[in-house]
Design a binder for this molecule. Structure first.
Ligand SMILES: Cc1cc2nc3c(=O)[nH]c(=O)nc-3n(C[C@H](O)[C@H](O)[C@H](O)COP(=O)(O)OP(=O)(O)OC[C@H]3O[C@@H](n4cnc5c(N)ncnc54)[C@H](O)[C@@H]3O)c2cc1C
Length: 406
């Protein structure tokens, strides 16, 4: 059980790293392992799996934009649905968002600006304000956005990885890191690194390099070995409603325009799955929700207190619905700037902090992590852009604050 590289965590991020690393060094022995039975079964499977290229930071736009280019090539293989996003703004939010809006390139980023009338041609929506809900003043219809199957994406990377000779081990939970040197009494001058990891069945895996791609579990795994990963977990919840009549929500349910919607109140967003008459609601569950792996169950009270009032304000005609499904997962936040983290100590590299947009950025993050593990200074992204690897590190970080987190 000796490998050139051991990747712990087969979510969309670990799977993408495994694929890009193996592609670059086909002769090396690489092991991808996960405590679940299959790839993508952690928070990847809990996501709304929406993608967008609209971010306030250049970093966010580069990571998502290039990944989307790769996903568009995969198309049906990952169930890609280029439905678009309709991002709605109050008058105040519209004024405050002019900078990211002007940074968009209308040609390359494919978007259109809509006024109230344009929005009301698509949605049966109430645009008036009523405390605490702001007005709807304008919107951006982003066409390079939509949804994807997050599980299919993770499994695509893993099956390609296996077809190149990569090894996988599921049902394998890493419980312990064994450091080089003598037991735990290290002198500051000892050259410490990780020599092995131990799983729940007592098996040990020896590696030259270790990659921790454990998303929201990263802090719990690394803090005991003395590493501050900079990433913390926070619970997020999604609620699916069965609706009887899409005509209570959309002006023309037969039209091709069925975008994901971001409302101006509380970061509430809606994913439309109208072939099954389902609307999925998410919400920016922020202050008050602890940075902890606390209770993994969704809270029905949260639905009635935070989501239902938003529905009845903005969609007063939407009456016949029932809550059919609810689930919760964890974002892995890198709170200072909401961009991913790729950092190393000795022979251990952790890749996390995707801050709620890991599906849409996974291809770029996998390429950048692979470039770092290969010792390159730059990674080549799917759209041909180059990305300096150290920009996502903690010590030489060079990213802008991302404001458009939902
Ligand atoms: C409710 C919700 C909605 C979201 N919506 C979107 C969205 O619309 N678009 C988007 O881009 N992103 C979205 N996200 C974020 C997205 O899900 C994450 O950014 C992404 O899944 C992160 O991938 P990951 O591989 O880092 O983490 P994960 O998928 O969680 O993978 C980490 C893996 O590590 C494994 N693991 C952990 N500890 C160990 C251990 N000790 N030993 C072995 N294995 C271990 C876990 O089993 C897991 O499979 C959403 C997240 C949530 C919770």
């Amino acid at each position: 059980m000796s490998f050139d590289c051991i990747i712990i965590g087969a979510g969309v991020i670990g799977s993408s790293i495994a694929y890009h690393l193996k592609r670059s060094m086909p002769d090396r022995k690489i092991l991808l392992l996960d405590k679940n039975r299959t790839a993508g079964a952690g928070n990847t499977s809990k996501s709304a799996a929406l993608y967008r290229n609209f971010f306030s930071s250049r970093t966010g736009r580069m990571l998502a934009g290039s990944s989307i280019k790769y996903y568009l090539e995969l198309g049906d293989k990952v169930n890609l649905m280029p439905t678009g996003y309709l991002w709605l703004f109050s008058e105040e939010q519209w004024r405050a968002s002019q900078k990211p809006i002007h940074q968009l390139d209308p040609e390359k980023d494919r978007f259109e600006i809509m006024d109230r009338e344009g929005i009301m041609e698509i949605l049966k929506i109430n645009c008036d304000a009523k405390v605490p809900f702001p007005d709807i003043h304008a919107g951006i219809y982003c066409h390079l956005c939509g949804s994807i199957s997050a599980m299919a994406l993770a499994q695509h990377y893993v099956s390609e990885f296996i077809s190149m000779g990569g090894e996988v081990s599921f049902d394998t939970e890493i419980r312990e890191f064994i450091l080089t040197g003598q037991d735990s009494r290290y002198a500051p001058w000892d050259n410490i690194s990780i020599s092995e990891v131990v799983d729940n069945k007592g098996n040990t895996y020896h590696g030259t390099q270790f990659v921790i791609a454990t998303g929201a579990w990263t802090h719990d795994l690394l803090a005991p070995v003395g590493i501050a990963s900079g990433v913390l977990p926070k619970k997020r919840q999604l609620f699916a409603l069965n609706i009887k009549d899409p005509g209570q929500f959309l002006v023309d349910p037969g039209s091709a325009r069925k975008p994901a919607i971001i409302l101006p109140a509380g970061g509430v967003y809606i994913k439309l799955i109208l072939d099954r008459n389902i609307l999925v609601f998410g919400c920016a569950d922020d202050l008050g929700q602890p940075f902890l792996m606390s209770d993994p169950e969704p809270d029905p009270l949260y639905f009635s207190k935070a989501i239902e009032p938003v529905i009845s304000h903005y969609f007063p005609l939407l009456k016949d619905y029932e809550l059919s499904l609810k689930w919760a997962g964890y974002y892995a936040y890198h709170w200072p700037d909401m961009n991913p983290v790729i950092e190393s100590v000795a022979n251990l590299t952790w890749v996390s902090g995707t801050s709620g947009s890991g599906i849409m950025k996974a291809d770029a993050v996998g390429r950048i992590a692979a470039a770092k593990l290969l010792g390159y200074e730059e990674a080549l992204l799917a759209d041909g852009e180059k990305f300096k690897v150290s920009r996502l590190s903690l010590r030489n970080r060079d990213v802008e604050m991302e404001d458009l987190i939902i």
